[in-house]
Design a protein around this ligand. Structure first.
Ligand code: SF4
Length: 198
């Protein structure tokens, strides 16, 4: 096996130069992802927001701090996992400085090859989708209100759909649910380690 870390860095550079969909026109920079090239867990959100577009890193600002505290609650740090989004450039509406918006189907489709390559390189055992848009990539046709916190086996990996930390910040009910659902990560990882899953 080659040097996965170097391969991932090369992939990040390719993503930063990507102009495959119109989102490249309004970005400050693409946000490929961050974390370990050998992560067992990959977190996937919907797309970079304003802060992420400026910093070049996924999940910064308030939602990022919340995600960090959720990770800590199951004994993980950003260095242990890999974090990315379904689309790597910030989806915007309006005029500069723009508002954030969710990605549309064309943008998700245009960016899908990058996510596929990240998944192929890192080969996580557990994929945690954050929010409805990331869930739809792996579990199309499902409702997040019905499946959040439930692990699904897909081939040799597990998909765990969770609510999005940014939404949970202003929805108290979702915040409590997300904190509770996060504990499923610990359970699934223990099962994977013991050979009960994966
Ligand atoms: S969102 Fe994805 S496909 Fe579109 S320009 Fe950015 S990296 Fe390329």
């Amino acid at each position: 096996m080659g040097d996965v870390k170097a391969e991932l860095e090369k992939l990040h550079q390719q993503i930063k130069a990507c102009v495959a969909c119109p989102l490249h026109r309004t970005r400050t920079q693409a946000v490929p992802g961050v974390g370990s090239a050998r992560a067992r867990v990959m977190f996937i959100g919907e797309g970079p927001g304003r802060m992420e577009d400026l910093k070049g890193e996924p999940f910064v600002g308030q939602a990022g701090k919340f995600l960090d505290s959720l990770l800590a609650s199951v004994g993980l740090t950003r260095q242990d996992v890999y974090i990315t989004n379904v689309v790597k450039c910030r989806p915007v509406r309006g005029a500069p400085p723009y508002e954030n918006r969710p990605p549309n189907a064309e943008e998700v489709s245009a960016c899908a090859p990058w996510l596929s390559q990240q998944l192929a390189l890192i080969a996580p055992k557990l994929i945690v989708t954050l929010g409805r848009y990331a869930m739809e990539v792996f579990l199309p046709g499902r409702k997040i209100s019905e499946v959040h916190g439930k692990p699904f086996s897909q081939g040799d990996r597990i998909i765990l759909p969770l609510y999005h930390p940014a939404v949970a910040l202003y929805r108290v009910d979702q915040k409590e649910t997300l904190i509770k659902d996060f504990q499923v990560i610990r359970k699934v990882l223990t099962e994977i380690s013991s050979g009960a899953r994966g």
